[in-house]
Design a protein around this ligand. Structure first.
Ligand SMILES: [Zn+2]
Ligand SMILES: [Zn+2]
Length: 340
């Protein structure tokens, strides 16, 4: 069968590989759609220390159960499913306190083991989520990025009537916007430096957008909030150099959610953190957020297909990677169509 394989950093190709079998306790999924994520690009660029090559990446995917391994009795052949990429040990400290997404032995489907950019993939039965009728396999491939949003919002502990500011109107920024709205947060400001992205943010319900290149972010936020600052700030721009500004924009008692994976240090100002008693939280992958997001999608409170800019067959995946490398501004979510 065909697979998109990363052999080493910057070295990827369409490979003909052997069809996997459903291992005991696992489910063989015939992939229908898989989304390309920024973290797939990091793997391709050699910027992910956890990955072992060669690797078939892809952690955002949905498909149909083709076979089940020994011992699997709660998933049936022919069912439509999407897959939570987080595999945890269940025994370490974070697992014991209910934080499996930062398990000390964490394995991520598409990073530590093969993922969705292939015709069929075997995954643990416990990672499979059945799709309700009416939720398409294309939309279901986007459940995972929305779980990133649901996770960071939970980590930030929003209160009713809190204002939210989102840094970055890329795909993750837009999923945060949609999930926050669905959860009842009404006042959402989005900042970016690309106008077309901000336009999309407004179409998807942002109350206010700010282009940080043309407007003075701090002056605008001070005016909007009567000098109080922002209670909730989610950083989906993930530029370490912006962190000092994010601290300045936060209100006293504010909560800041960080998603970046960048190893470059940031200049955190102690005084700013202590004076305002800020809460700065990291958010990684998702902590059992698939049921919530599937429910939000099934009840049409999210609009995942609005994020899709391209649908391409697996054969065109190397070209898609090239486009994302050279013209990232041309794409939002690129969906790879595999078994359909
Ligand atoms: Zn992703
Ligand atoms: Zn663990």
């Amino acid at each position: 069968m065909q697979a998109f394989q990363v052999r080493a950093a910057h070295d990827y190709h369409l490979a003909e590989i052997e069809l996997p079998q459903a291992a005991p306790g696992e489910v063989l999924v015939r992939v229908a759609f898989a989304g390309i994520c920024g973290s797939d690009m990091h793997i391709i660029h050699g910027d992910n220390a956890f990955v072992r090559f060669p690797r078939i990446t892809g952690h955002e995917f949905a498909g149909i159960v083709e076979a089940v391994g020994d011992g699997v009795d709660d998933v049936a052949i022919g069912e439509r499913v999407c897959i939570d990429p987080v595999i945890n040990c269940g025994e370490c400290y974070p697992c014991r306190i209910g934080r499996p997404n930062v398990c000390t032995a964490l394995e991520v489907i598409g990073v530590h083991r093969n993922g969705g950019f292939e015709e069929q993939v075997s995954v643990p039965a416990g990672n499979v989520h059945r799709l309700p009728e009416g939720l398409g396999l294309d939309a279901a491939a986007l459940v995972e990025p929305y779980t990133i949003a649901a996770n960071v919002l939970e980590r930030m502990q929003p209160l009713p009537d809190d204002r939210l500011m989102i840094f970055g109107a890329g795909v993750i920024g837009l999923t945060i916007l949609q999930v926050a709205k669905a959860q009842g947060i009404d006042d959402i400001t989005v900042s970016d430096v690309i106008d077309t992205r901000l336009e999309t943010a407004r179409e998807l319900g942002a109350t206010r957008t700010i282009n940080g290149r043309h407007e003075d972010l701090e002056a605008v936020v001070a005016e909007m909030t009567g000098g109080e600052g922002m209670p909730l700030i989610a950083d989906a721009a993930c530029v370490p150099a912006l962190l000092p500004q994010i601290l300045r924009l936060a209100s006293p008692a504010g909560r800041i959610g960080l998603l970046g994976f960048n190893p470059t240090p940031s200049d955190l100002v102690q005084l700013e953190v202590i004076k305002k008693e800020l809460t700065i939280v990291g958010s990684r992958l998702n902590n059992r957020k698939f049921p919530e997001v599937i429910e939000l999608m099934a009840s049409q409170r999210l609009d995942p297909l609005a994020l899709v800019s391209h649908r391409l067959p697996l054969a065109e995946m190397p070209g898609a990677i090239d486009m994302l490398d050279h013209h990232p501004e041309k794409a939002r979510k690129v969906l790879i169509r595999i078994g359909t």
